[in-house]
Design a protein around this ligand. Structure first.
Ligand code: COA
Length: 171
């Protein structure tokens, strides 16, 4: 993330604000988390057409510390959707999560994009609630999906069933 040039950062923010224009308070929570580790961008020539970030949260649950890789701000330009760019961003994310000592990937999604994630191998949390404090507000995440990397079968059950508070961050 620190390797982004100011021009790239500005272009990314413009792109994201256009896509998430109807998300209240979005401009105050995007790109503010010190835990942001990686930013993946897709281009058509010079044109930015896809984006996703990975944010780290260290979460303790049932006495075990998990390195959680949150994927957020996933967006593909309107004219470039449904040709597989979202899938490629997802694959890159997984490569980065695997290579950087994360125990699991975690994302919160809107109902309309749930199918996209499940088609790419994410697991939908069926029971229990994930709480995340974002922008000073503790929110219940209605749709949480996860991708196990270094979880035992027992830990997969925890992430699938338990109420888990992942603490404070912008994602
Ligand atoms: C969610 C989002 C990132 C998906 O990006 P995308 O690039 O369209 O994703 P993909 O192309 O990989 O897959 C989308 C669909 O196109 C289909 N598709 C992919 N390549 C295709 C091809 N060559 N021909 C026909 N269909 C294709 C996929 O099978 C998938 O189908 P489905 O909707 O029936 O599951 C995009 O819709 C988006 O930016 N939405 C707005 C922002 C948003 O809501 N972000 C998520 C916040 S939680």
């Amino acid at each position: 993330m620190s390797e982004l040039t100011p021009t790239e950062k500005e272009a990314n923010l413009k792109f994201l604000k256009e896509i998430f224009f109807d998300w209240p308070n979005y401009e105050n929570i995007v790109y503010v988390d010190p835990g942001i580790e990686d930013c993946i961008m897709a281009y058509d020539g010079d044109k930015l057409v896809g984006h996703v970030v990975i944010t780290r949260r260290v979460v303790e649950h049932n006495g075990k510390v998990f390195q959680v890789g949150g994927t957020g701000d996933l967006a593909v330009a309107k004219d470039y959707r449904k040709i597989g760019i979202g899938k490629i961003l997802d694959q890159k994310c997984k490569e980065i999560l695997k290579a950087n000592n994360f125990d699991l990937g975690l994302a919160f999604c809107h109902p309309e994009v749930e199918k996209h994630h499940l088609a790419n191998g994410w697991i939908k949390k069926e029971k229990g609630i994930i709480w995340a404090t974002i922008g000073g507000v503790k929110e219940k995440q209605n749709i949480a999906i996860f991708w196990p990397i270094k979880l035992s079968d027992e830990e997969i059950k925890w992430w699938n069933n338990d109420e888990i508070d992942i603490g404070v961050g912008s994602w």
